[in-house]
Design a protein around this ligand. Structure first.
Ligand code: CMP
Length: 176
């Protein structure tokens, strides 16, 4: 099971130095603060207050330390991640690492097709992440206008890039 899943279901304790602090799930955590954080994310710009309240109900916000592994290629995955702050890298292959920045997301592929994680994703810097579990993912798609289209466009771009890379690798070297 992935680290975040185990943090979310409480089966592992958080980092003893408090670096992996689940800022959304502490007792008495203020829902209004969480909605303010959601407002900072461009994807939620067009959400009404009611829609933001629904997202805040199903989302958790986690602060993770640089170097935290968030997904591991080949393992099953049950969470969708949106980067609120910080940078992560998706290790798509040995020679292809893609950096993802605030406003971008990852983890959608396993949720959409039920297959294993396609890449290992690691926090390059301390990062703040919005995490939605598989059982709430369809609710998120309903609550956030345009999210389905954004997901499709992102997936198309990732497929296109993967195909270009396969083509480049298959092309004989020109020696340049
Ligand atoms: P998933 O396969 O669930 O888990 C690993 C994630 O890495 C994957 O979803 C995508 O969100 C992300 N990912 C995979 N390939 C790429 C890519 N080429 N560029 C950016 N992100 C990617």
């Amino acid at each position: 099971m992935e680290l975040i899943s185990r943090m979310m279901d409480g089966s592992i304790p958080y980092d003893p130095e408090g670096r992996l602090e689940p800022v959304s799930s502490g007792p008495g955590y203020n829902q209004a603060d969480k909605i303010e954080r959601l407002r900072e994310v461009s994807m939620f710009e067009t959400c009404s207050q009611r829609q933001l309240r629904s997202v805040a109900r199903i989302a958790r916000v986690f602060d993770v330390a640089a170097g935290t592994r968030l997904t591991r290629a080949g393992e099953p995955g049950d969470e969708f991640f949106l980067i609120i702050d910080g940078t992560v890298r998706a290790e798509v292959s040995a020679d292809k690492h893609v950096q993802l920045h605030p406003g971008e997301f990852f983890g959608e592929m396993s949720l959409l097709d039920g297959g294993p994680r396609s890449a290992t994703v690691i926090a390059d810097t301390p990062a703040r992440l919005l995490v939605i579990s598989r059982r709430h993912f369809s609710g998120l798609l309903k609550d956030v206008p345009g999210l389905t289209e954004t997901l499709l466009a992102t997936l198309s771009r990732r497929v296109r890039q993967a195909e270009e890379q396969v083509e480049r690798l298959g092309r004989p070297s020109t020696g340049l």
